[in-house]
Design a protein around this ligand. Sequence first.
Ligand code: NAP
Length: 247
Amino acid sequence: MRFRQAIPPGPGLLPEDAYTELGLSERATGKRPYVVCNFVSSVDGKATAGGRTAPLAGVGDKAAFHLLRTQVDAVLAGTGTLEIERYGRPIRDQRLERVRLDEGRAGQPFAVIISRSGQIPPDLPMFADPRSRIILYAPPGAAVPDAPAQIIVHEGDPPPENLAKVLASLRRDHAVKSLLCEGGPTLFSALLAEDLVDELFLTISPVLVGGEELGVTAGASLLSPLALTLVWALEHDGNLLLRYGRC
Ligand SMILES: NC(=O)c1ccc[n+]([C@@H]2O[C@H](COP(=O)([O-])OP(=O)(O)OC[C@H]3O[C@@H](n4cnc5c(N)ncnc54)[C@H](OP(=O)(O)O)[C@@H]3O)[C@@H](O)[C@H]2O)c1
């Protein structure tokens, strides 16, 4: 598979040439990790079709999704997404683990879970896997699954509702310099509201969904529209793979 390079123009790229050696950790400040988010959307801005992302994700998007996981110290997803998408250990392909190791990262990124309610989906595949490295931010007394995974728990310190403090803890306590947020729309919007997003990788899938499906963002509007700059536009099989930075 090759991606067509629309912006900037070029002869085409293999997915592993586009989505490796991105140097995301090098962009971290001392206060928090560098934060990139990744979404797939329909042409009409929906993040789901029939409540799931799978109908939107083409092979190019799937390749980008998995390669982005090789580029970060930690992967974050909201509890809604973890439950619906049945999250397991982030890296399950040895080839991708090798990419991480070759670029000087641990074979597995941390999987980060943040819950203000303490309602953590107990039966996620990631909990059953001893190679999962999970960092959980939850209120005191949350039911932490008793499972084979390696789970580090922050109970109420920092408060899980304060995302800036949680990100500062990831940087300070766990040396996380780069964080990939894979959604969902509620958690993404909460990060945007606290101005904690540095980049957005967005695939636009060539379908219309319509109806009441979730959009890429959810909840209250941002105080003002957030301007983005287009870093690249790739294309595969009618899918647009866009990378946006901050202006
Ligand atoms: N198209 C895509 O690329 C894509 C990507 C991801 C997900 N999705 C889809 O999106 C859906 C799930 O998204 P969702 O928006 O319902 O849920 P979500 O964003 O995945 O998770 C929301 C949960 O995150 C937790 N959270 C922690 N800190 C928070 C904070 N400061 N503010 C808000 N929430 C915080 C909350 O749990 P507590 O209540 O315990 O605090 C909240 O209920 C699924 O259907 C999934 O398939 C699509």
